[in-house]
Design a protein around this ligand. Structure first.
Ligand SMILES: CC(=O)SCCNC(=O)CCNC(=O)[C@H](O)C(C)(C)COP(=O)(O)OP(=O)(O)OC[C@H]1O[C@@H](n2cnc3c(N)ncnc32)[C@H](O)[C@@H]1OP(=O)(O)O
Ligand SMILES: O=C(O)CCC(=O)C(=O)O
Ligand SMILES: [Zn+2]
Length: 422
């Protein structure tokens, strides 16, 4: 699929981001970062989070996904170059090819650690440890729904099988994470008991999963804070986006002390998916700019999203954070004027950080004279402010009748210019 087209009637604007002095604070606001970690969250990992990319596990569960071995390798290499900490792969028991693909990706020698995701069962664990992975992510449902209708096991059985699987994987010198599927609809006492049990035997991480996307940010924060007081290992979180909270939940999890967030490119996964890599980057660069810019190769984001969008045959949504075609397009006259003076007026993200470009739309009845002035300058024409205002009203009159493009506006400006010269 071709990259998203830039609408014709937009003009790129040269970067001119300045320091903004807040009237409230004596320090420039870009030094204070009001969007950084809250000092009251003393366990916060906002400044030191890690990413587990699950495009090749959760993402393979997306309705449209079919990944060939070559495509999986291409995606894994791109994610590795981007700088994700872990790459999670589909269970090797899913199919013969899934196992071979897992082995092939383990042999690539990537910097990212390779994980595979299995049921809490020794049969799965025995196969997983033979693939060459750096770690195994074990999951089992703990909610009443899943205990009754998915696997049919009670909490005692779950605890015993978890201990057996964890001890086995640890004995192979491989990282092990234990996760309770559907954590937010599980009984809190059950959760605390099972997590304490697995923490005591030395699991590397525990995982919390909002499997049906029911949790809200405050519930997430509270659950993570509670778990932090009973376990010593790291906490990983996995959020589905059914109710639109997956990025906010991930952020609150980090504020509460979770260390790792599961993401997938474009958020692909079961149903409408999980926390998207790009959307989370948008949130985190605002909260922890140095950490995010140092650690992740942000300029790769657009290519990685296009790679995955192509592979699963979808378009990048128009309103996608960062890479949506209008993510850095400014249209209304009031916005355009202020953006031309200082992009921080209407942008919290700097498009340059992601290799993206800012656009000013100037071919519409909402266009103001400041945007037209900028276009006149780009065309290297000489008009007074009064003349620019006059030509702007001509643009607006025409734009009231029909939709305009750059050429239309340029023609109006040039005609006006030649007439006043005549
Ligand atoms: C929320 C999530 O996304 S979890 C990850 C989901 N990932 C996958 O499902 C990976 C792809 N899955 C598959 O290829 C297949 O489901 C397999 C190979 C894992 C199992 O296939 P099958 O044996 O044909 O079973 P099926 O898929 O119909 O049912 C799931 C089985 O796993 C059991 N099960 C479900 N969850 C778990 C668990 N977390 N731990 C242990 N057993 C579990 C169920 O009880 C059921 O067992 P049953 O055969 O005794 O009824
Ligand atoms: O293993 C996990 O933590 C998450 C599994 C999963 O995809 C989910 O529960 O939605
Ligand atoms: Zn999931």
């Amino acid at each position: 699929m071709a990259p998203q087209p830039i609408p014709e009637d937009y003009q790129p604007v040269v970067e001119s981001r300045g320091t903004v002095n807040s009237p409230i604070f004596s320090t420039p606001i870009n030094q204070l970062n009001p969007y950084g970690p809250n000092p009251a969250d003393f366990l916060s990992n906002v400044n030191q989070f890690q990413l587990i990319d699950s495009t090749l596990r959760e993402g393979e569960q997306f309705a449209n996904a079919f990944f060939s071995t070559e495509k999986k390798i291409e995606i894994a290499k791109a994610l590795d170059e981007f700088g994700v900490d872990y790459i999670e792969l589909t269970s090797p028991v899913a199919s013969e090819q899934s196992k071979k693909d897992c082995e092939a990706i383990c042999k690539l020698g990537l910097k990212a650690k390779i994980l595979t995701h299995i049921r809490c069962h020794m049969d799965d664990a025995r196969i997983a440890v033979e693939t060459g992975v750096d770690g195994v992510d074990v999951v089992i449902g703990t909610s009443k729904f899943l205990r009754e209708f998915s696997h049919g096991k009670d909490m005692n059985y779950i605890a015993n099988s978890a201990v057996e699987v964890i001890n086995f994987v640890k004995s192979k010198g491989i990282e092990i994470r234990f996760s309770s599927e559907d954590s937010f609809r599980s009984d809190l006492v059950d959760l605390l008991n099972i997590y304490k049990t697995v923490d005591k035997i030395g699991v590397n991480r525990i995982g919390i999963a909002d499997t049906v996307g029911c949790a809200n940010p405050r519930q997430v924060y509270e659950l993570v804070r509670t778990l932090k007081s009973v376990v010593s290992c790291d906490i990983e979180c996995h959020f589905h986006n059914d109710t639109g909270c997956s990025i906010a939940n991930a952020y609150c999890a980090l504020e509460g002390g979770a260390k790792l967030i599961d993401v997938s490119v474009l958020g692909i996964g079961e149903r409408n998916g999980i926390t998207p890599l790009g959307g989370l980057m948008a949130r985190m660069i605002v909260a922890a700019p140095e950490y995010v810019k140092d650690k992740y190769n942000l300029k790769m984001l657009r290519d990685i999203e296009n790679l995955v969008a192509d592979a699963v045959e979808v378009n990048i949504p128009f309103n996608n954070p960062i890479t949506g075609f209008c993510a850095f397009t400014h249209k209304a006259g009031i916005h355009a004027k202020a953006i031309l003076a200082n992009p921080s007026t209407y942008e919290i993200l700097n498009p340059n950080d992601f290799g993206m470009t800012r656009y000013i739309h100037f071919a519409h009845r909402l266009t103001g004279w400041n945007a037209i002035k900028s276009r006149v300058e780009q065309l290297n024409l000489n008009l007074t402010d009064e003349q620019i205002k006059e030509v702007t009203s001509k643009v607006k009159s025409m734009a009231d009748i029909r939709s305009l493009n750059i050429d239309d506006v340029d023609s109006i400006i040039k005609k006006y210019h030649s007439e006043i010269k005549a």
